[in-house]
Design a binder for this molecule. Structure first.
Ligand code: ADP
Ligand code: MG
Length: 229
């Protein structure tokens, strides 16, 4: 179990979200209330189209909050200005379904990317942090390769290293096993769990893959924009 399961790090209050559709709009999240606790691994499970990615993007300050609020470590996303949003995003690492690596640069440079605009990191310390992160995920030997030369599982490990480089309190993972075979998917989620436990990172993972539910401390179901159960 997580070490400090009682401290709330993410609080979602009455969260609604609409997208434009034709001339009108369609609401895809209908008033979500949900808390996540320090160090836990929570899996949000639901069918395709149920609103999982929208919810994750709202939590990660990748989409503007329309109605309701998300509070990250005491900071309200609703109405937050650009600099406040940047601060909040710094606390969050993202792992996507397809790893979103750039093929024109090396694995090491991909992992360094989140630090590119961080003035407190010079080239040497950013390189060192990236190597450290690659070590945690067990692929430092591939640091100088281009992502195209790695397997799917190795690419997802690079994506995990990139998500970890800023030592985030929170990692959000959107269907991290979707493009992987079962065995590789298992290795990747086991790694996410290990990283969460050793670094105390709160993980919110969305998936419709029920083969990986066993890594969760808590499973939350979403259906058609509502929490189920
Ligand atoms: P999930 O990740 O669970 O598959 P999403 O959050 O991606 O669900 O989508 C929820 C609903 O919102 C779906 O009906 C989807 O078609 C719709 N949707 C998602 N993104 C957009 C968008 N940018 N514009 C319009 N509709 C969208
Ligand atoms: Mg999705």
């Amino acid at each position: 179990m997580p070490q400090n399961p009682q401290k709330t790090v993410i609080s979602i209050k009455n969260l609604r979200h609409k997208y434009k559709e034709g001339d009108g709009e369609k609401e895809v999240l209908h008033g979500i209330n949900l808390d996540f606790y320090s160090g836990e691994i929570a899996i949000i499970m639901g069918p395709s189209g149920s609103g999982k990615s929208t919810l994750l993007k709202l939590i990660g300050a990748q989409l503007t909050i329309q109605q309701g609020d998300v509070i990250i470590d005491g900071s309200h996303l609703q109405g937050a200005g650009q600099s406040a949003l940047r601060e909040i995003r710094r606390k969050i690492g993202f792992i996507f379904q397809s790893h979103h690596l750039l093929n024109s640069i090396t694995v090491l440079q991909n992992v360094q990317l989140p630090l590119a605009f961080d003035k407190s990191q010079d080239g040497e310390s950013s390189r060192r942090l990236a190597l450290e992160a690659l070590k945690i995920v067990g692929i430092e030997a591939h640091a100088e390769k281009k992502p195209a030369h790695l397997s799917g599982g190795q690419k997802q490990r690079v994506a995990i290293a990139r998500a970890l480089i800023r030592k985030p309190a929170i990692v959000l993972a959107d269907e991290p096993t979707a493009s992987l075979d079962e065995k590789t998917g298992r290795e990747v989620v086991d790694l996410i769990k290990k990283m969460s436990r050793s670094l105390g990172v709160t993980v919110v993972l969305v998936t419709h893959d029920n083969r990986i539910l066993d890594i969760a401390d808590r499973i939350i179901k979403i259906n058609d924009g509502n929490l189920a159960g």
